[in-house]
Design a binder for this molecule. Structure first.
Ligand code: GTR
Length: 323
């Protein structure tokens, strides 16, 4: 990570690039500096800067400086922001196929999600963004999401009964909580910390790096590794910003984005381990062994509600058949 920042700083400071930015693209991320997604887009920025001889600069705004995730996606659609790195979960209302891709326990593992996204399904999903004025550049890892709360260790589905959990703002996740016998409170990421602290909600659900970097671990120390969601993430670009670029520059951007996703996967794997160690050392109680079968079985009504069209059924079948 240090290497990346140094090389970006060095490039920006070098005489040949100092005044050369002809195009500056603003990119948003909800996560702080140093987080794997932020560092991934910064690596993309370095490659783009190099390959365009300093003509195209990508400025990464971390920590929701440009707004909460759903708002920044809308701003990207309208071309107010040029790029956004976000979870598929935040695109559910905009790009319908991301709803199917956000179903609980759809992906068997992160490796399975890679196999799907790196193949023809990934391409097909990517092209669905164009209809919504967005260009999908590359997929990033977001690991698996699990429950954490301030009240008690969760060791079975019964323990969730009646508890209040924050979910991302989409219908699939609300129905998922319903099916588990808990109460969903949809809200933006930035409101979760104080909502747990003040008892408005009992907890939330996310991966280890988010649980750690958001500080949620400080206020919700019981974490259960039920891994109910593996939700892809991506870098999306505004179609209007994209259309202003030459085909050559578009190719440079796409290649740099894809290259950055390879780095991001590595940074992600390292960060997951580092965050787990950190939260445990700080006093979180992490329940690693849990029988996921009842959680998976409880999702039947969610699939019945959302996998209704032949297209969605076919997509789910093809994803399940991907090795
Ligand atoms: C994180 C994800 C973010 C955002 C956040 C959330 O894991 O990387 O893009 O979706 O979760 O829960 O809002």
């Amino acid at each position: 990570m240090k290497y990346l920042m140094t090389s970006l700083a060095a490039l920006l400071a070098s005489a040949s690039f100092a005044t050369a930015c002809e195009i500056t693209l603003r990119s948003s991320d909800t996560h702080p500096d140093g987080y794997p997604t932020v560092e991934g887009v910064k690596a993309m920025a370095v490659e783009v800067l190099e390959k365009t001889d300093g003509r195209i600069c990508i400025e990464v705004f971390p920590s929701s400086q440009l707004g909460e995730e759903k708002d920044t996606i809308e701003q990207t659609q309208f071309g107010v922001i040029d790029m956004v790195r976000a979870s598929f979960g935040s695109f559910n209302d905009i790009v319908p196929v991301t709803q199917t891709m956000s179903l609980p326990y759809l992906f068997r593992s992160v490796e399975h999600s890679h196999a799907v996204l790196d193949g023809p399904i990934g391409e097909e999903i990517g092209s669905a963004f164009e209809e919504r004025d967005l260009v999908a550049l590359a997929y990033y890892d977001g690991g698996a999401r699990s429950f954490y709360n301030s009240q008690k260790p969760i060791t079975s589905i019964e323990d969730l009964a009646g508890m209040k959990f924050r979910v991302m703002q989409n219908d699939v996740f609300v129905d998922m909580m319903d099916a588990l016998g808990a109460n969903a409170t949809p809200m933006p990421y930035g409101e979760v910390y104080s909502s747990i602290q003040t008892g408005v909600i009992d907890g939330a659900e996310n991966n280890f790096p988010s649980y750690d970097s958001s500080g949620h671990a400080e206020v919700a120390k019981y974490f259960t590794l039920d891994q109910h969601l593996i939700v892809p993430e991506l870098i999306a670009m505004s179609k209007s910003s994209w259309d202003k670029l030459t085909p050559e520059d578009q190719a440079i951007l796409r290649e740099a984005a894809v290259n950055s996703s390879k780095l991001q996967r590595q940074l992600w794997a390292d960060q997951e381990k580092a965050s787990l160690d950190k939260v445990v050392a700080a006093g979180s109680e992490v329940i690693m062994e849990i029988d996921k079968t009842p959680f998976m079985e409880a999702m039947v009504p969610v699939y019945e509600k959302y996998v209704t069209t032949p297209e969605a059924q076919d997509l789910v079948e093809r994803i399940r058949a991907t090795e």
